[in-house]
Write a protein that binds this ligand. Structure first.
Ligand code: GAP
Length: 442
């Protein structure tokens, strides 16, 4: 973990937020390369969910959440962690995360601590006009259910996908970006007819394992954890967690839950007409009946299967798998990030051999523009004049190829292409670069 954290800072992936003021615990900023990696991971998820499934629609809902949403969802009452104080060191911990240095007899009895961030809305701060920063992206998917059904005329089964920020006032944020207070989730709520939920659940577990494999997190690095009944969230009938071997231990990367008809039922009016399976709180505030017509059955409240993944945890897993230290023949080591090309923050670096040679520099810039125009991600022109140093840097940040423009390029239109993983260099005609680039990056 330490080496990874150091690389992330040194190369501009991830910084502690407000570091110049001593930081803000559990909050991170994503630098020039971090934002690219994050966007690429999110875009791979969006592609696999929304673009590859005609029955899945996207949504980008608000972060500020009406408190009624979180009252009826159960978050106001149950979204808590047990917290203890250590009378000896004066620190506060989540009850299951007390360090060994604190003695049992120094700990207070656990108290419930609600993890939601509350904020004031509007100019009057009298305690009555508040909202929450959403603790999960899911809830606004449920509150928009009717809007999406009506505007897309969809039928079961169908899904609504959303990527966005979520906030939790974690008692003990820790392990770099693993457990933080501000993070992003990639969540799908997949609505199915009651009775079809168990098959859909199993199928999503498999699909999500396959997706992680494509992001460079092999299936054999993930263990499936059947969450025991007494540990299930209040809405869940069954949850399967994908547990990944993070540098600090085996922990949850993604949870795939069967949320039954709990959420739609909870946010619906006229609940007594809905034949709900889940036990829900009586809703006196909703103005919408959240059901959908399903063939001959008439109106039903669908069950929901929810694959929910954290973007930061995904990045950590992807970086951890890609991070490699290789011994070289000269007894030196090289650090290389063997990221899947579609996730690499920079797709190619175009490097002129000589910094001050106008012909070489102009040629390199033209290649950069040509490749950039393909729209496959960031291509950079790097005029350091130090090829060895550039190769080392691009190995470390995971750039799949480096293209070197030299004197021969001017004579015969050929460049050197160096592959990040094999370090093999081949001479190719500039006419072939675009095809070769597309081949490597896709
Ligand atoms: N909508 C369901 C839900 O929010 P969750 O298991 O609490 O379920 C889903 O969260 C995913 O969100 C987790 O598997 C994890 O990847 C990510 N996540 C949750 N809390 C997090 C935190 N404090 N920091 C970073 N990621 C977090």
């Amino acid at each position: 973990m330490e080496e990874l954290v150091a690389l992330c800072k040194r190369r501009g992936f991830i910084f502690q937020s407000a570091e110049i003021y001593g930081g803000l615990q559990g909050v991170y900023d994503f630098g020039p390369l971090g934002v690219e990696l994050k966007n690429n991971l999110k875009s791979a998820w969006w592609q696999s969910m929304v673009y590859e499934n005609d029955n899945i629609e996207g949504l980008d809902a608000s972060i500020l959440t009406n408190s009624l949403v979180l009252d009826y969802s159960g978050h106001s009452d149950t979204f808590t962690d047990p917290m203890v104080d250590c009378k000896s060191c004066g620190m506060r911990f989540r009850a299951d995360q007390v360090p060994k240095s604190c003695k049992k007899e120094d700990l207070t009895e656990p108290r419930h601590f609600n993890l939601m961030f509350k904020t004031n809305v509007g100019p009057v701060d009298d305690g009555s006009s508040y909202a929450y920063l959403r603790p999960e992206t899911a809830q606004q998917i449920f509150t928009n259910f009717k809007n999406i059904v009506d505007s897309t005329s969809t039928t079961l089964p169908f899904g609504i996908a959303q990527i966005g920020k979520a906030f939790r006032n974690e008692i003990t944020p820790r392990n770099f970006i693993f457990r933080v207070r501000e993070f992003e989730q990639m969540e799908l709520e997949y609505f199915v007819a009651p009775g079809n939920d168990e098959d859909a659940h199993n199928s999503w577990v498999q699909k999500r394992l396959n997706w992680w494999e494509k992001q460079g997190v092999p299936i054999n690095t993930i263990e499936l954890y059947e969450v025991p009944t007494d540990e299930l969230a209040h809405y869940s009938k069954r949850t399967v967690d994908l547990m990944y071997k993070f540098p600090h231990g085996l922990e949850e990367l993604e949870g795939i839950a069967n949320r039954t008809d709990f959420d739609l039922g909870s946010h619906s009016k006229k609940q007594d007409e809905l034949n709900l399976h889940a036990k829900v709180k009586l809703n006196k505030d909703s103005n919408s009946k959240l059901s959908i017509k399903n063939n001959e059955e008439g109106m039903v409240v669908p069950f929901v299967i929810e694959p929910s993944a954290g973007v930061e945890r995904g990045m950590l897993a992807v970086l951890n798998e890609a991070f490699t230290i290789e011994g070289l023949p000269d007894n030196k080591n090289r650090i290389v990030l063997k990221l899947k090309p579609h996730l690499a923050p920079i797709k190619a670096a175009v490097i002129p051999l000589k910094k001050n040679d106008k012909k070489i520099v102009d040629f390199a810039q033209k290649i950069k523009s040509k490749l950039q125009d393909l729209g496959l991600g960031r291509v950079i022109f790097e005029n350091t004049g130090n090829i060895g140093k550039s190769y080392r840097k691009h190995d470390e940040i995971g750039t799949p190829i480096c293209i070197t423009v030299d004197f021969e390029t001017i004579e015969n239109n050929s460049v050197t292409i160096r592959d990040r993983d094999s370090m093999q260099q081949e001479r190719v005609d500039t006419e072939e670069i675009e095809n070769l680039f597309m081949e490597k990056i896709k």
